[in-house]
Design a protein around this ligand. Sequence first.
Ligand code: BGC
Length: 443
Amino acid sequence: MLFPPDFRWGTATAAFQVEGNNTNSDWWAWETQPGTILNGHRSGLASNWWANAEADLDAAAEMGTNAHRLSLEWSRIEPEPSVFDEAALERYRAILQGMVDRGIEPMVTLHHFSNPLWLVEKGDFNSEIVLDYFGRYVGKVVDRLGDLVSKWITINEPMVYLFMRYLDGTFPPPQRPGWYGLREAFGRLLACHARAYHIIKEAYPAAEVGIAKNMPIFEAKPGSGIVGRWWAGRIDWLFNRAWMGAMVNGRLPPPFGRSTIPHLANSFDFVGINYYTRFYTKLGLGFDWIEREWPAGTVVSDGNYGEIYPYGLYRVIKSALPYNKPIYITENGLPDAADKLRPAFILDHLRQVWQAICFCFPVMGYYHWSLVDNFEWDRGWTQRFGLISLDPDTQARTWRPSAHLYKEICHSYSISSDMAATYAPEMLPVMFPGEAPAPVHGW
Ligand code: BGC
């Protein structure tokens, strides 16, 4: 199954998860509070990127990737309000230049879940001030780094951020203004996105700017009645479509408001899809909408993270066609420390991408989450998403079999039956039925 010659083969990371010692971030403060991170884990040095991202970039180059998505830590660049750290900007320049020199195209995220502590103290997305602060931060970054970056993501997974922070309680800060806080922050995040979009485009009109939207499949449990199916549709709209619709027409949809946000309409050049799993929805008062128990026979990744449902990737790609923009799979992966499921996961999800491309759907690239094990937010080090495994104590790295598989894929721009036979023989009859050993009949 061949991919186009200009396809982007990438991996993805986020600043707080890999850099280490992000002491001015709200997540750093959050980690120190008891009960916030599973097993009391701390990010510490994380994957040591601030000191040595280059080690993993060497590996990414050896793997044959030609793209990488990373994020900038605002709290490093602006550790105090209006004080910009030139050395931090220089370090980011070195990392980005290092990527370009290795033939790895940077895709840069401006906001990936973490905030400067000082901003949170000022009310961040529940205060007007965030717009000007965010605009200034983006202006600074574009001025200092923009010549090295052709693809930008303004906000990572806005709906995940809002739900985890305002309703779920797994993201900082401890204060939880609930639904009304969320509703207000929804509009503010969109306004921040619009501001960033235009700042970048003014300086670099050819740059591509988008968002990374987490798009799970939401479905009623098999056998659900009409109400259950209607409800699943409402959740899908709320989580997957409300934000996208606002970016298309520039207006807040009820229940998030009704107003028009200046310069928001059509402020994206591509759709970034983060796809991980399918959720079965459940009816309920409150915000507990997701089943955490799976039907018998479901394959679930480590820590009950989620169902493995490759066809869902094809479905979400298809659902993004009406936006009429190029599509990047900006994240896709699973926690699987033993790498038992990952090789088949990669092959089967890429098969869905390939299928979409065969139908001329404009999928331009795939960024696997993640290149190397990293600090998995509230789940600490308990969930391992890396193609490369990491011991955070010694910083020793080992390529998982999946890293070798991804290397073969990136080098050949294809997935093949030989790869399936070597890395995930169980996928042969599924993906390449003609080449599977013939079943033995009779006696
Ligand atoms: C986030 C990543 C996270 C990954 C795996 C995505 O929701 O953008 O930061 O590590 O999922 O859970």
